[in-house]
Design a protein around this ligand. Structure first.
Ligand code: URA
Length: 240
């Protein structure tokens, strides 16, 4: 490794492209990281030179000088973790031809499809997920019935979910279908099953859900199951 000056272990793991800094902290806490053969669980631990060997789950962690970030159109039925004890298909199995190891930024439910960013850049992953940047995520939901304007207004203003108010959301186009309504919703939080819980709370459960954009970066016509490598301009759009 090439470390110039003290470098926090979690930051090092992020720069190796193994996870976001926050996820790396979780890995350290779980005792999965060692330095020169000794497990380190101290979050303040700093690497100080170029001669230390860092391992995650026993495998040497090597700094990467080039990062790759891509946008995948996740199909339903795939999990957004890097492994699955239940043996369900994992999203990275869709990345044939990609030489660099990438990890998903955030999550999508098993039965949700659409835009999923994967990256080898732990710092970028951290920024996309950090509440400070309020990265907008837009979903197209098919919900049962016809949501009342009052219910949608409540969702826009914020509702109580598990004891905490949701941040303001914005509701876009509505299209009436048979016994259902297609609606777009933009939120910047990333609580578990948030969109489903929000619509369930106003009496219109989600029947199907697709994420169509991060910020101004839209899936557009990317086929389900396909991915494309993002340029620096694409990455800027995530934060717009
Ligand atoms: N909200 C949900 O309910 N599910 C997702 O997969 C993403 C956002």
């Amino acid at each position: 490794m090439a470390v110039n000056g003290p470098l926090r272990l979690q930051k090092y793991l992020a720069q190796c492209g193994l996870a976001s800094r926050r996820k790396a902290e979780e890995m350290i806490r779980q005792g999965r990281v060692s330095v020169d053969g000794k497990v380190v669980i101290d979050m303040g631990f700093c690497l100080t030179g170029n001669t230390q060997t860092v391992r995650l789950d026993g495998k040497i962690a090597i700094l990467q000088d080039k990062t790759v970030t891509l946008l995948l159109n996740k199909p339903k039925g795939f999990v957004t973790t890097l492994s699955d004890p239940q043996g369900r298909p994992i999203v990275t199995s869709l990345l044939r031809g990609l030489k660099v190891r990438v990890f998903p930024v955030g999550r999508l439910d098993l039965d949700t499809e659409g835009a999923l960013i994967l990256t080898s850049d732990g710092e970028l992953a951290e920024s996309i997920q950090h509440p400070r940047f309020e990265v907008k995520k837009t979903y197209e939901a098919v919900v049962s019935g016809r949501p009342a304007r009052q219910g949608l207004n409540q969702l826009e203003q914020g509702i109580m979910l598990e004891g905490k108010k949701t941040s303001p959301a914005s509701i876009g186009k509505l299209k009436e279908l048979n016994h259902a309504t297609r609606v777009t919703i933009t939120i910047h939080e990333g609580r578990k099953r948030q969109v489903k819980k929000m619509f369930a709370s106003i009496g219109n459960p989600v029947l199907s859900l697709k994420r169509i954009a991060y910020g101004q970066l839209f899936l557009k016509d990317l086929p389900v199951g396909a991915y494309r490598i993002l340029t620096a301009d694409d990455i800027k759009k995530i934060f717009l």
